[in-house]
Write a protein that binds this ligand. Structure first.
Ligand SMILES: Nc1ncnc2c1ncn2[C@@H]1O[C@H](COP(=O)(O)OP(=O)(O)OP(=O)(O)O)[C@@H](O)[C@H]1O
Ligand SMILES: [Mg+2]
Length: 441
């Protein structure tokens, strides 16, 4: 079957006669003058592919997402090196403007095949994928060497209610940095970004939004990513920080497709990439009529999908625990590939009752989801406050504190092993109240 194609831009339009003379593989259904006209045509469903002259308008990752969401594959025509470089970074199939019609038709059918392959292998249950960001996670045609990094991505997530996601993200990143690893900390929270404040960075630049813009334009590479990062010294080692949005209403700037690219580049620039995620997982914006509207939770969902490890943090009290139970169920539905490490934070007898860890374990075994509890982090208000006050990490502001030590031991030792051998366990001296934790809702 002939592939219906739209074109935009002069050099694309000049290819039309040659393509029509082939009488077969592709049929040009519309020649568009402008990008907006081309997008509108694609959204009506008349085309399966678009041939775009590179200089016809601004080709960005978000635009590609919109076309992919409309099930339209893209081939771009470009001659100069810079343009070709950008197209490679955006993973777009390309050809020169003087390309033979048969070769161009072949590129079009390969681009359509790429898109179908992506649709078949992509996670259809992924809420992040639903509309604004169908980014290839299968190797794209012109694979970018920077996507091949093997840095591990650790997403820190937890339900609403400030369970301690940022505290864990910042301090886990700091502990990894202190061990000599190259670490990049990304604030991807689209509701309440606070990594910059936690680290005392006077950052007004919303580095994550800047990086997203570069990623969108196909110009983000390792050097560029490092340039927009702030550097924080942890025991003499540099922790690179991609600060978050400065106001919650800027959430739409943290686009999932751009985040995919940032994470790919980050993997090749760092040994560990720690991401502070937002809490929301629900995709009820899907009820919106505008299926191409950006989705606020898309950034969190995308990070969770791409992460090698997911830490799910919950507050250890009678509000936090049921929220974590519900949140983990939502997580299993939204990102079935995620295998979370469950972390209880702010563990204290005053909010749970006698022997808080034992009570939490017992309650979890009876009512909790399948994932076992991986670790308990003590309520340690002195240390947490000292770090916030100093705009610093626990390893700098409260190195001997129980909270710091618990987070440090998450980094390299399996939690169960570490707990048995640990000294000075923070909860030993808790006074028990006798009230059991309630998991039922
Ligand atoms: N183990 C702890 N003991 C005492 N206080 C803690 C502990 N963990 C976090 N906190 C404090 O709880 C508050 C919320 O922590 P944090 O900002 O890390 O939560 P969050 O989940 O990132 O919240 P948000 O929804 O705002 O992103 C902060 O004041 C922090 O210092
Ligand atoms: Mg936070």
């Amino acid at each position: 079957m002939s592939i219906p194609v739209v074109t935009v831009g002069e050099s694309a339009s000049e290819c039309v006669t040659g393509l029509e003379q082939l009488r077969g593989p592709v049929t040009v259904v519309r020649r568009c003058e402008e990008f907006t006209e081309m997008i509108a045509a694609c959204q009506t469903g008349i085309a399966r592919a678009a041939i775009i002259a590179f200089d016809a308008g601004e080709l960005t990752a978000s635009l590609l997402d919109r076309l992919r969401a409309a099930d339209v594959a893209v081939v771009a025509l470009a001659d100069d090196n810079d343009a070709q470089e950008r197209l490679r970074a955006l993973n777009i199939r390309q050809a020169g403007t003087n390309v033979e019609p048969a070769v161009l038709a072949e590129q079009v059918s390969l681009a359509v095949a790429d898109l179908e392959l992506h649709r078949d292998t992509g996670s259809s249950s992924s809420f992040a994928e639903t509309a604004d960001s169908l980014v290839p996670r299968t190797p794209a045609p012109a694979a970018d060497p920077e996507s091949d990094g093997d840095g591990r991505v650790i997403a820190i997530w937890g339900p609403t209610g400030a369970p301690g996601r940022t505290t864990l993200a910042v301090n886990l990143a700091a502990e990894l940095t202190a061990t000599g690893s190259r670490v990049l900390l990304i604030d991807a929270d689209t509701y309440g970004a606070s990594v910059a404040a936690a680290l005392g960075l006077l950052d007004e630049s919303a580095a994550v939004a800047q990086a997203c813009r570069f990623a969108d334009q196909g110009s983000l590479d390792s050097a560029m990513l490092m340039r927009v990062c702030s550097e924080v010294l942890i025991e003499g080692n540099a922790l690179n920080v991609l600060t978050g949005i400065t106001r919650p209403d800027r959430w739409a700037e943290v686009r999932p497709s751009a985040l995919s690219r940032i994470i790919a580049v980050a993997r090749s620039s760092a040994d560990a990439v720690v991401v502070d995620c937002g809490f929301g997982l629900e995709a009820d914006e899907e009820l919106s009529f505008d299926t191409l509207a950006p989705r606020r939770n898309g950034a969190t969902l995308r990070c969770l999908e791409l992460a090698d490890e997911v830490y799910a943090v919950g507050a250890a009290d009678s509000i936090g625990v049921p929220r974590l139970v519900r949140g983990l169920n939502e997580l299993a539905e939204a990102v079935p590939t995620a295998v979370p490490r469950v972390i209880f934070n702010k563990v204290r007898a005053a909010s749970v009752g006698r022997s808080p860890e034992r009570q939490l374990r017992e309650a979890w075994e009876r009512f909790g989801p399948a994932s076992a509890i991986s670790a308990f982090l003590p309520a340690d208000f002195d240390a947490a406050d000292a770090a916030l006050l100093a705009g610093s990490t626990l390893c700098e502001a409260a190195p001997a504190s129980p909270l710091r030590q618990s987070i440090a031991s998450l980094v390299d030792a399996p939690v169960e092993q570490r707990r048995r051998g640990s000294t000075g366990a923070p909860n030993n001296e808790m006074k028990f109240s006798g009230n059991g934790v309630r998991l039922s809702q």
